[in-house]
Design a protein around this ligand. Structure first.
Ligand code: PMV
Length: 335
């Protein structure tokens, strides 16, 4: 039996603009995880995929509609077996479960795919690099997102804070001083594909406006990287607020997101913004460690379906303990 896990993620800066070649910053969120377990089965069993949270069982290689949730799972398995050079369908059971909420900007599709790639590779005696895993998961991201920038597969596969530009090598960020994030879920599923397509439509219709927004977001992201490297937490908060304003102008925010963002600021957040595709999904608030509980409470009172507190850049046990998971298990599947 072989087991592998992968974390969720949040985008701190640069979502959407990253699809247009601008930089973005993302960090893993280890309080939510996807898990894949591979078990040998009797001869002739074939490969059966069990997605526990979806209450779904699928025989690999049998017909599946391209819009079915299992399509991306089947494709991930196929790409991985091809990469491993496994030519005949092995007799295996692949069991999947996840606490990463679906379509909420926390990278559930990338997390599940990463866990599958790692578990299958290990089961066949391979140790793929993070780069290998990221490249394979990118194929699944194309199914989920249409035109993914590649940031989700990168941050989840590397499991490190990353500064990302499409087509360039991943830069793992040095975090000078740990910082805390309160992650609030609107409870509204927002498929990345739709928000990305809407932004593309806006960009086609008003190229100057959107290019100007992307340029300003890129400048914010560059400054944020410097702030993270220098431990400039106050500056990081200001930059989050500025990035949120530009996302609002881009049309990817929503009243529900803004209600949670406002609540976090009222409770003392240093800065706050939506994260990921927007429209629904999650927001993040930057917080001093002693204020995380008050902010989490206020965000919950403002209607959050779920709240996670996560720390970025902490290596000591005390800081890690400060991260808590406050969610029941979520469904598993596409982002
Ligand atoms: O998967 P999400 O919802 O975190 O969004 C991904 C971020 C986008 O920039 C909107 C799309 C992309 O491919 O980078």
């Amino acid at each position: 039996m072989t087991t592998a896990c992968a974390p969720g993620k949040v985008i701190l800066f640069g979502e959407h603009a990253v699809v247009y070649g601008r930089p973005a910053i993302a960090v893993p969120v280890t309080q939510v995880r996807a898990r894949a377990v591979v078990e040998d089965a009797r001869s002739g069993h074939g490969l059966v995929i069990r997605a526990l949270d979806l209450n779904l069982q699928h025989r690999f290689g049998t017909a599946v509609a391209t819009d079915a949730p299992v399509y991306a799972l089947e494709a991930t398995v196929r790409h991985t077996l091809e990469w491993l050079g496994v030519e005949t369908v092995p007799d295996l059971t692949l069991t999947l479960s996840s606490t990463v909420p679906i379509a909420r900007g926390l990278g559930s599709g990338a997390a599940v795919a990463t866990a599958i790639v790692r578990a299958l590779a290990q089961h066949f005696g391979h140790s793929p690099t993070s780069r290998d895993v990221s490249d394979l998961v990118y194929q699944t991201e194309i199914i989920h997102h249409g035109t993914p920038s590649g940031i989700d597969n990168s941050v989840v596969a590397f499991e490190k804070p990353v500064y990302f530009v499409t087509g360039e090598p991943i830069q793992v960020l040095r975090v000078q001083q740990p910082f805390w994030l309160v992650v609030g879920d609107t409870g509204i599923a927002s498929p990345t594909k739709i928000a990305v397509a809407d932004v593309r439509r806006g960009w086609r219709e008003h190229p100057d406006k959107y290019e100007a927004l992307f340029k300003r977001i890129a400048a914010i992201t560059v400054r944020a990287r410097e702030a993270i490297a220098a431990g400039g937490i106050a500056m990081l908060g200001e930059l989050m607020d500025e990035n949120q304003e530009l996302l609002e102008e881009m049309g990817v925010s929503s009243p529900e997101l803004e209600r949670l963002i406002d609540a976090s600021r009222t409770a003392g957040a240093i800065g706050a913004k939506l994260c990921g595709a927007g429209r629904g999904g999650n927001m993040i608030a930057l917080a001093e460690s002693e204020k995380t509980r008050a902010i989490a409470d206020r965000v919950r009172e403002a209607g959050a379906a779920n709240v996670i507190v996560s720390v970025v850049g902490a290596t000591d046990r005390k800081s890690r303990r400060a991260s808590t998971k406050e969610s029941p298990p979520h469904d598993l599947g596409s982002p």
